[in-house]
Design a protein around this ligand. Sequence first.
Ligand SMILES: Cc1cc2nc3c(=O)[nH]c(=O)nc-3n(C[C@H](O)[C@H](O)[C@H](O)COP(=O)(O)OP(=O)(O)OC[C@H]3O[C@@H](n4cnc5c(N)ncnc54)[C@H](O)[C@@H]3O)c2cc1C
Length: 214
Amino acid sequence: MELLDTLIVGAGISGLSLAHALQKEATSASSLKILVTESQGRVGGNITTVTAEGFLWEEGPNSFSPTPELMKLAVDVGLKQELIFADRKLPRYVYWQKKLQPVPMTPPAMIQSQLLSFPGKLRALFGALGFVAPAMGDRLSQQGDEETVSQFFRRHLGQEVMQRLVEPFVSGVYAGDPQQLSAAAAFGRVTKMADVGGGLVAGALLSAKNRPKK
Ligand SMILES: Cc1cc2nc3c(=O)[nH]c(=O)nc-3n(C[C@H](O)[C@H](O)[C@H](O)COP(=O)(O)OP(=O)(O)OC[C@H]3O[C@@H](n4cnc5c(N)ncnc54)[C@H](O)[C@@H]3O)c2cc1C
């Protein structure tokens, strides 16, 4: 029996990109024996592209943040020509109280937004400025010391922001349960801002200041 160097369980994007990265790092293609296993009859995991009756659609993820790492991967695997870039300025909407409400993307839009009540906006403002209870006790996930998405945003920005802005975003991107998803895993950039101390606004300003200039 031939010995393997690496066995990867699961051929979703994590397993496949790991296999790709390991293979690329190897000095020659034959020097590393990698086996990717998959329990389903197809690769891709959550990524589910369907073609039928002349139509093509995604039943899983349909977009990603164009981080340098992901863009490099897309180019490396020959998908450069297939990438379609969305206009970042396009508005996003949340269906709330039988109406599509634009998601506020700027502080003035937040003030005028009908998506949050006045107390909800005040709560978010105070939280963003750093008036936040510490993460402790029964607030933390029972599976460990990690805060869930729900715990993190409720603590920092209040119940309304959690329910009306974060939840729709989480179901759109992760199709997951914010009460189970890890905040650090799903919103790493935001939780790092909070780690700075002084609230999300201070964290955002500081990380913008420390971001390397292009
Ligand atoms: C409806 C939906 C929409 C989404 N939209 C977006 C989006 O727009 N943008 C975005 O960035 N993310 C989105 N996500 C999240 C994204 O799809 C996932 O984060 C990502 O696909 C996870 O990839 P993964 O390889 O880690 O896991 P998975 O895709 O779950 O792959 C794991 C694989 O391992 C296999 N496996 C499990 N156990 C075993 C075993 N014992 N032996 C062998 N094989 C095994 C499974 O069959 C599966 O194929 C969405 C998710 C869903 C469900």
